[in-house]
Design a binder for this molecule. Structure first.
Ligand code: ZN
Length: 271
């Protein structure tokens, strides 16, 4: 095992309360290849093994009105090592107020998942929720693409997010999973020009050659390393990214620099 000297931030991780982790690991994904067990201890272990010093934790509140327990669990894990985002269900009656509340309590961001939360990113009735995110000034991470191998009507790729990016500034938005599992080259171009960030979780969906091509089209200051642990292996994802990014400066941005700027934990100026 190698310990890398450069700080690494994994911008896309999950963990669950110990009692729920086994069920969560069985349930969500039909393409799981990770080797963590879904617990907090498992996440920390996986981070250490991969030489990752900081992780953004992305809870998902799957049912309207059930925000409290999901967010209390994540919030309690906050540390120098774990940056917990909050989760608000867009269909909760008080979604906008909850976003303000969690931002006031210090959440640096909020995670949304169209498939797991059963909402359509194209739904104009959700504009007040996106305005609340904009006004709170926090980061919004959106799951992109199919939830597993099978497509669903709620799947959203970068072009589906363009109206939303007219409300929340793209420089506060992460369209996860390199724009989504199953993304086309056309959608990668939309992602490249949209100005939003993306994370490289599920990068294993690409061949090394296609990943290299995708990365050469995206803005270097908009790419974040992410693994989707426990669903994917952090170290394997990091190795794939390293092998696809020969330029050391770009690799530094991807593995940590962009994340620090977006999270506001460094003094690097916003470009
Ligand atoms: Zn995820």
């Amino acid at each position: 095992m190698l310990i890398f000297e450069r700080m690494i931030t994994d911008f896309h991780t999950h963990c669950y309360p110990d009692a729920l982790a086994p069920k969560a690991m069985r349930g969500v994904d039909d393409v799981t290849e990770g080797d963590a067990d879904g617990t907090y201890a498992g996440l920390i272990r996986a981070m250490r093994e991969a030489g990752v010093g900081r992780a953004v934790l992305l809870p998902v509140c799957a049912r309207p009105g059930h925000e409290r327990s999901v967010n209390a669990f994540a919030e309690n894990l906050g540390s120098d090592v774990i940056v917990p985002f909050c989760s608000v269900h867009p269909h909760s009656d008080d979604a906008a107020r909850l976003i303000r509340e969690y931002a006031d309590k210090g959440a640096k961001g909020v995670k949304f998942h169209p498939n797991l939360q059963n909402f359509d990113v194209r739904d104009p009735l959700l504009s007040p929720v996106w305005r609340a995110v904009r006004d709170a000034g926090i980061v919004a991470v959106f799951h992109c693409g199919k939830p597993g191998r099978r497509p669903t009507p709620l799947d959203a790729y970068p072009s589906d997010y363009l109206p939303l990016l007219g409300i929340i500034p793209p420089e506060r938005v992460v369209l996860a999973h390199t724009g989504g599992y199953g993304i086309t080259d056309e959608e990668i171009d939309v992602l490249a020009s949209a100005g939003a960030y993306t994370d490289l979780s599920l990068a294993g969906q690409f061949t090394k050659e296609r990943l290299r091509r995708a990365l050469s089209r995206l803005r270097p200051d908009r790419i974040l390393f992410g693994s989707d642990s426990p669903w994917r292996d952090i170290g394997k994802t990091a190795d794939l990214v390293r092998s696809a990014v020969p330029d050391e400066n770009m690799l530094d941005l991807i593995m940590n620099g962009n994340a620090e700027r977006l999270l506001g934990v460094s003094r690097a100026p916003e470009r």
